[in-house]
Design a protein around this ligand. Sequence first.
Ligand code: TRP
Ligand code: ZN
Length: 476
Amino acid sequence: MRFTRQATAALLALLTLPACAPSDGAAATPAASGKGTPAPVADAGAGAPGIGDADFPLDGNGGYDVGHYDVTIGYTPATKHLDGVTTIDATATQPLSRFNLDLRGLEVSEVTVDGAKAGFDRRRDELVITPATALAKGARFTVKVTYAGEPKPVKDPSNLGTYGFIPTTDGAFVASEPSGSKTWFPNNDHPADKATFDFRITVPRGLTALANGELTGKTAAPGGRTTFTWRETHPMVTYLATATLGKFELRQGRTAGGIPNLAAVDPAYHDALGKLYRVSGEVTDYWSKVFGPYPFSATGGVVDNFSAGYALENQTKPMYGGFDPDTSIIAHELAHQWFGDSVSIERWKDLWLNEGFATYAEWLWSEHTGGATAEAMFRRQYAAKNDPIWKYPPGRAKPGDLFNQSVYRRGAMTLQVLRRAVGDETFFKLLRTWVADHKYGNATTPEFIALAERLSGKQLDTLFDAWLFQPSRPEV
Ligand code: TRP
Ligand code: ZN
């Protein structure tokens, strides 16, 4: 399927409208709740400060749906200073006298809506914008935010370490899951609102800026600098956006299957470049057979010298923080291109749809290459009776502990139990149907369960309930 910009915008409107309907969110304003509560006059037409994810009440916003971001930034590693202009094309899903964007830190100097100066106010991580003229429901509008400052990485108290825009010795490592993109550009920071992106990143000469999608230009800029332009034409969640920059060695070409492939490594990882390029290509081509056609226009990987010790599945540009990735983790991050990036979660509690599937893909890769089978991997994990994963139901990721090992490993085990129950043919057809049905959109756990039951003709509630939702080790 090919998507023109217009078709994508139309599709986006269809796919993401329901996500913006503030029906299940604690954060929905009375004006928008549709429950008959009289709206306080002061709040009439105000977009909700959250998109409606009860676990993260202020993440994302209500009242509009973003179609496209143009993120223009200049960054100077020596001073850690960032200058930015972000232009957002959106559609109002309700009348709006004001609305919010998410933005953390940084200083805003000007906001315009449809070219007219707008009022703005900062309230914690919310940028509250009052357009000169209220927007009608259904109106398409353009917001432009001019800002600057030093982006501050988010230090997560739970299991996430540091994420966001992270300075390195020669630039920045930008990995924003789950909510760090608001530390470097204003946006609707929740996976339920996907949009296409243009990036224009200006850096000192000699550095390379790597963003999502395809490189569309590299031009000289004033002050001995270079501007890199990148375009992601497929809908993307905000947490997958990157603008990783610094000194990089590049290798470019195509996979055997014909997909443009770009590997980039910090010079400290010079020896990792060849393998990263080759394995990323092989894995992309193999997953394209197992899960269905590759959903994006480029693949590859980036190794930077920030010792995160972890990787992130940034759309078209998985990133590895401070290590030479083995094949297993490359298989994981590239499986995310289907599970998480193309098919995205609508609520964070469903995170096993990303991490359980990507972990299961590691097992499939092992099976494919003559290592342990997925069944053997399952048995090994199942044997550990005292593993803390048994106390944590993976089908309901906890806001304070989103990336718990259970979401990864017990999530993957759920898929192996499902595969046993429905058989290989139905199981792999299910994976392919899932990614085809929800391509470039959002999906939920109940939708996955319903599809599994429909394709197998089996009642699977007991299986899914025991594996995803009970705080105990299921019987097998
Ligand atoms: N999604 C990543 C993975 O399992 C893990 C992750 C979450 C992460 N948040 C991050 C990695 C922030 C880097 C930065 O593949
Ligand atoms: Zn993952």
